[in-house]
Write a protein that binds this ligand. Sequence first.
Ligand SMILES: *[C@@H]1O[C@H](CO)[C@@H](O)[C@H](O)[C@H]1NC(C)=O
Ligand SMILES: *[C@@H]1O[C@H](CO)[C@@H](O)[C@H](O)[C@H]1NC(C)=O
Length: 347
Amino acid sequence: MDYSLVAIALLVCALHVTATRSCYPGCRCEVESFGLFDSFSLTKVDCSGVGPHFAPIPIPLDTSYLDLSSNALETITDSMLMGPGYTTLVSLDLSKNHIARVNSGSFSKLRYLETLNLSHNYLDALPDGCFSGLPLTDVDLSNNRLQEFRLDIFSSKGHRKPITVDLSNNRLALVFRDPHISSPNIKSLNLSGNKLASVPKLQNVPLRYLSLDGNPISVIEENSFLGLEDLSYLSLSGLPTLSVIKPNSFKSLPNLQGLDLSNNMELKSLSSEVFSGLQSLQELDLSNSGVITVPDKALKYLTNIRSITLGQNVLCQKTVKHGQFHRPVGHFKNEEVITCDFISTSL
Ligand SMILES: *[C@@H]1O[C@H](CO)[C@@H](O)[C@H](O)[C@H]1NC(C)=O
Ligand SMILES: *[C@@H]1O[C@H](CO)[C@@H](O)[C@H](O)[C@H]1NC(C)=O
């Protein structure tokens, strides 16, 4: 064991310091330093609740986190998120404002932005290209009024420039580069509580987490989640009108581990083919939905399932030994059995 390494590790932990620094009235600026000789530092600026402010709020030069939540902001103009300090932002919180509109250039200077929170606003649309060129990984758009979510918001059509001039045959022709859709690198997308009437096409976004809770989606179509091979958690809970999930809807989700279909009262039954392709699924939540049984045959697709929650307080778990089973719904190979019991509500 190398004790000097341990000592250095301890020293590094001990040297994590937080200092406040002077900043714009009403905001709080904190600098967190890490490492020996404070070699890393992060500046966090919290301007939540300082009230509407239309020019960019001055922030320290190297700010990483900026919280502008609860400021009654209505429009994000092209100039509001510009200026020294803004180009280094990694995380921006604009939640709980009254934002009904963002301009397509609003975020264009935020070249390092990975996390964006626009939840609890009044957005009914996002302009094409508004997220173009941003290295976003985590986007929270929950609780807005979005009726659609299109990948065009990541494209950079607006900046189309001719790349060749063709003067053959005495004609002047400008050849444009194809509109560039830089494929977004989003890992987590929260669209819960919007007005989406169908599952948005998110093909080839490397999502791991997706929530569409509470949207007015009535039917989940076959192959709705095409091109989302990395998805590990999908939440489709509380969809007030969801009544049909078509067979093979989830077929292209080989890595899905958690599927939340709870609180879908209009969903009354599921065919076994709904579960086709879900070989990694471990947890399935159908609690408080109209579905009270999972067809036996579905279990042949769900080879890795550990628990299924059904109806009101029924939990099914995969076990290896026989016990007192309330309601066996199926059998696995050899001695693996899935059994269901009422969950005691008096815990
Ligand atoms: C976004 O902001 C809301 C409200 O302030 C908060 O509840 C939520 O956790 C935030 N989302 C993320 C991903 O941090
Ligand atoms: C998605 O948004 C909803 C509503 O704001 C929230 O309850 C949920 O926790 C969010 N999910 C994540 C992973 O942040």
